[in-house]
Write a protein that binds this ligand. Sequence first.
Ligand SMILES: Cc1cc2nc3c(=O)[nH]c(=O)nc-3n(C[C@H](O)[C@H](O)[C@H](O)COP(=O)(O)OP(=O)(O)OC[C@H]3O[C@@H](n4cnc5c(N)ncnc54)[C@H](O)[C@@H]3O)c2cc1C
Length: 447
Amino acid sequence: MAGHDYRSWGRYPAATPAEVHRPVTREHAIAGRASSMLAYGNGRSYGDSCLNHDGTLLAMRSLDRFIAFDPASGLLECEAGVLLGDILALVIPQGWFLPVTPGTQFVSVGGAIANDVHGKNHHRAGTFGRHVRSLELCRSDGSHLVCTPDDNADWFAATVGGLGLTGAITRASIALRRIQGAFMDVESRRFGHLDDFFALSAESNDDYEYTVAWVDCTARGTRLGRGWFMRANHRPALGQSPDPGRRSGPTFPFVTPVSMINRFTLKPLNTLYYYRSIKNRSRTNQHYQPFFYPLDGIAHWNRAYGPRGFVQYQCVVPHDDGRAAITELLDRIAAANAGSFLSVLKIFGDVPSPGMLSFPRPGVTLALDFPNPGPRTFALLDALDQVVMAAGGAVYPAKDARMSAAAFDRYFPDWRAFCAYVDPAFNSDFWRRVTDHDTDPNQDRPT
Ligand SMILES: Cc1cc2nc3c(=O)[nH]c(=O)nc-3n(C[C@H](O)[C@H](O)[C@H](O)COP(=O)(O)OP(=O)(O)OC[C@H]3O[C@@H](n4cnc5c(N)ncnc54)[C@H](O)[C@@H]3O)c2cc1C
């Protein structure tokens, strides 16, 4: 970890911890620390939920040991700093896979639990927390609570999706999912309008374990919401080539002086991707890595957004108003000539999330990056918040760097009950921002 700068993935906002503590043993994970601590996993949160300016960061990656794995039942027990990619390397050859994985494998088990992450199979499997059978929580009063959905169940519910605020998770056991091999049967379909996305999602729900869509966020009018729909299942093992192992692709070498994704490159990039193939439909036998982790192929791709970094906006809106709300969001983003090359749409299913503050809920989720945070971007995102609030939806804290305390209150009304479980010695930049109802959300924003 030498030279690690402990930023978040969006490189915005800047924050400097006063101290970084790397625990060596689970028993002494937070020993001797007095106040304002926060566990830091692998910094794959986009905004400030993993930052603790002027406080202590507990660099949990140092707790990265496997404890037990039962190849008969698929139950894995490990320390919280183990990366999801390391789990896959261990268990795939034995016929097992993560029950849920986000779009990068460089996420720690502790980070996956604290944000109760979701994947392309949410409509079937729910969130990561659904598959956690137990976790150990280390509190600043010296206690070590073992929490399961049945024992210390309230602490379990507070810690899953609890944004690292209930204490440090030191170990967890996770129920894995059986597979026969490392390859996926993937179908990609070009679609011309948002309505087609809803039709393809409905049609794919029962037959495909994984579904996700890329959308051209610059398209408007009759083309609004056009994109590519991907659906996939794990392949049976027969006829597969050997697992090529983890790819080590190119590295983005430096932070570009200005963002390479900007109002001039946005439309051509999206249009090019939409017309990337002359065929409207393709079916491929694909290794799991490019399917689940296309962005992991280029290390440090976040540097392409320049020194001012970027913010991500991921929201979910309930099904009732979902189509109208997503239409309005996409329309506003395209009209502002803003948004990203990486715009993702997905249907969340109705498998309940186990966490008090978990983000996923039934509905439609849209995620986009916005380069160069500045007043125009923040004004647009505040306007998007109004649409999401009116629809009864929520914005994802793991991706957030700017939502107001009032918006958080609307999105996560259970946060006041959750406060009873917050460790008094733990805090984060995100938490200070969204629970400070006297602060003007614009005061620290760049001009
Ligand atoms: C390319 C990319 C794609 C992504 N795709 C998805 C996606 O599809 N779905 C999704 O849900 N998310 C996605 N994410 C977000 C990412 O999965 C989450 O932000 C995840 O929580 C990051 O884990 P981390 O280990 O890097 O933790 P960090 O970002 O370092 O921390 C995240 C939170 O976990 C807490 N934490 C970390 N370790 C511990 C611990 N041991 N004990 C207690 N608290 C802890 C921190 O305090 C913080 O609140 C994506 C991120 C990237 C960069």
